[in-house]
Design a protein around this ligand. Structure first.
Ligand code: URA
Length: 200
């Protein structure tokens, strides 16, 4: 499978095409394909790793505990996940048992992600967790070092952040904690959005 975007010219087409996708083995065990939620007009795209159980059941990304935490962090800096962001994942089908998606699965799904980026055309992209960072930017490394450092990809600013599931496992919000850093990163995102003309 090539990694270029398939001939998809609208998000409706994308939703439809993903709905019947059989490009990797994850199709066999999915309940729903999980394409996106949020605002396709948003200047901000948020990319996670892959759907979990709640997402597989509902067909919407980041609606479980990690997603609720993500929503609260966005809200704490005045951003709404539904109004101010378009949210999706590297893989659109749940890896069984919430395991990390394989390289083959991520490569098979990449054209859908590329199509989303092309069609939504965000100015800023937030990538949550090391797996998504590697899939999107090709950078391998500890997320602790990568987070908070803006990167560039095809003229878009890309910010790696901790994955919210990691924050759920590290509950402190004390200064210097992963949650504290993530709030600061999201504040930085808000500042950049304002520079892009975003208004509350
Ligand atoms: N974790 C992710 O990376 N994505 C989701 O949609 C939910 C949990």
């Amino acid at each position: 499978m090539s990694t270029s975007s398939p001939a998809i010219n609208s998000l409706e087409q994308l939703q439809h095409a993903c709905g019947s996708c059989q490009l990797c083995g994850l199709a066999a065990s999915r309940t729903h394909v999980v394409v996106s939620r949020g605002n396709p007009e948003a200047r901000l795209m948020l990319i996670g790793e892959g759907p979990g159980q709640m997402e597989d059941e509902s067909g919407r990304p980041f609606v479980g505990r990690a997603g609720q935490l993500l929503d609260r962090i966005l809200e704490s800096v005045g951003l709404s996940s539904e109004r101010d962001a378009y949210i999706c994942n590297v893989v659109k089908c749940r890896p069984p048992g919430n395991r990390k998606p394989t390289k083959i699965e991520m490569a098979a799904c990449k054209p859908w992600l590329e199509a989303q980026i092309r069609l939504v055309n965000p100015a800023l992209i937030v990538v949550a967790g090391a797996t998504a960072v590697e899939a999107l930017l090709g950078i391998k490394g500890g997320i602790t070092k990568l987070r908070g450092h803006w990167q560039e990809r095809d003229g878009r600013r890309v910010l790696p952040v901790f994955h919210p599931s990691y924050l759920l496992r590290n509950r402190s919000s004390a200064e210097g904690s992963p949650t504290w850093h993530t709030r600061k990163d999201m504040q930085d995102v808000r500042t950049r959005l304002e520079q892009e003309g975003w208004q509350p």
